[in-house]
Design a protein around this ligand. Structure first.
Ligand SMILES: [Zn+2]
Length: 321
């Protein structure tokens, strides 16, 4: 455990103890320079440093709105330790309203960690976020939601590293979030998997999707994030009463399409399905069946792609069990 330095700095930003700093950090991605909005909150008392990112996927608006709210509303005088918040972590994807990928090179930022400072634009962006926001932190939280084309039930994601203290803190943050499910398992190249591999307790939070940011979803995510920051040791108990117990899902299956066509799901998000059940069809433009998609295991539909357009290689849905 490190303690917060007297003054918290990131690039040109500087927050003395008991204060907040905001500003844009310029990040050179080789073919372009992007500007990431950063909030530093330096608590009045030293303690853990927590890194939080939102907008790793540029069109995941609930997470972006919720992190901004929490980072700007925290009272530094009530804080023990510090928060480093990256509000829109993939600015080119945000500007382009891009699904999944960074338009600068067509890569998925959340499959690119810990990144490469001499690599492609997305690899450079991952390396900057890794070195400035994630790796210097004692705990890490990554705020997501369903993408512009995805509906989902709320869940947190953690993994089991085998380090009892890392796993204990990650599990405590996930339980404090109080969302519908806790999904356990790694995703190669993701923020949280890279953090966990480096011994940093990390949690993924997912609320909402489909390019919308209704107040009820933003409030749900913001409240969960505040409780997770309490579990991380930097905020007092928000005192919003007993939280829901999340259903723990140790297994997760992502189903992807191997053909391009039109996606006609036969199930809805949150639905319980049984192994072998037909989940939907990918059809050609005239309605002929290209693929029938069946459940590989029994469980609950965690997220579901809601766009008619389906590309070979894209996710269709995920089942947790
Ligand atoms: Zn995402």
């Amino acid at each position: 455990m490190t303690t917060t330095p007297m003054t918290l700095t990131l690039e040109q930003l500087s927050a003395p103890p008991g204060d907040r700093a905001t500003g844009l950090a310029s990040v050179d991605l080789g073919t372009a320079t992007v500007e990431i909005p950063i909030v530093l909150v330096n608590g009045a008392r030293p303690g853990p440093r927590v890194g939080v990112t939102a907008g790793i996927h540029g069109a995941e608006y609930v997470s972006i709105a919720a992190l901004r709210r929490v980072a700007m509303e925290i009272d530094p005088a009530e804080m023990t330790g510090s928060l480093v918040a990256s509000l829109i972590s993939n600015p080119a994807a945000f500007a382009a309203r891009s699904i999944y990928v960074n338009p600068l090179d067509g890569r998925n930022l959340n499959r690119s960690f810990p990144g490469d400072p001499a690599g492609s634009p997305t690899e450079r962006l991952a390396a900057w976020l890794w070195s400035r926001v994630i790796e210097p932190s004692d705990r890490f939280i990554d705020c997501h939601c369903g993408d512009m084309n995805e509906a989902l039930l709320s869940f947190t994601g953690i993994e089991e590293t085998g380090d009892p203290e890392v796993d204990r803190v990650a599990r405590a943050m996930a339980e404090a979030y109080g969302l519908d499910f806790i999904v356990i398992g790694p995703t190669a190249g993701s923020t949280t998997t890279a953090a966990a591999a480096a011994g940093i307790p990390a949690v993924l939070g997912e609320v909402g999707g489909q390019g919308l940011w209704p107040e009820e979803d933003v409030a749900l995510h913001a409240a969960g994030l505040r409780r997770a920051l309490h579990a991380a040791g930097v905020l007092p108990d928000p005192g919003d009463g007993p939280r829901r117990a999340s259903r723990v899902l140790p297994l997760e299956a992502w189903l992807r399409s191997d053909v391009t066509g039109c996606w006609h799901p036969a199930v809805s998000v949150g639905q319980e399905v049984t192994a072998g059940q037909v989940l939907g069809e990918v059809q050609d433009p005239f309605g002929a069946t290209l693929r029938t998609v069946e459940a590989p295991l029994s469980g609950v539909v965690l997220f579901l792609v809601s766009s008619l357009a389906m590309n070979a290689g894209d996710p269709l849905l995920a089942i947790g069990a």
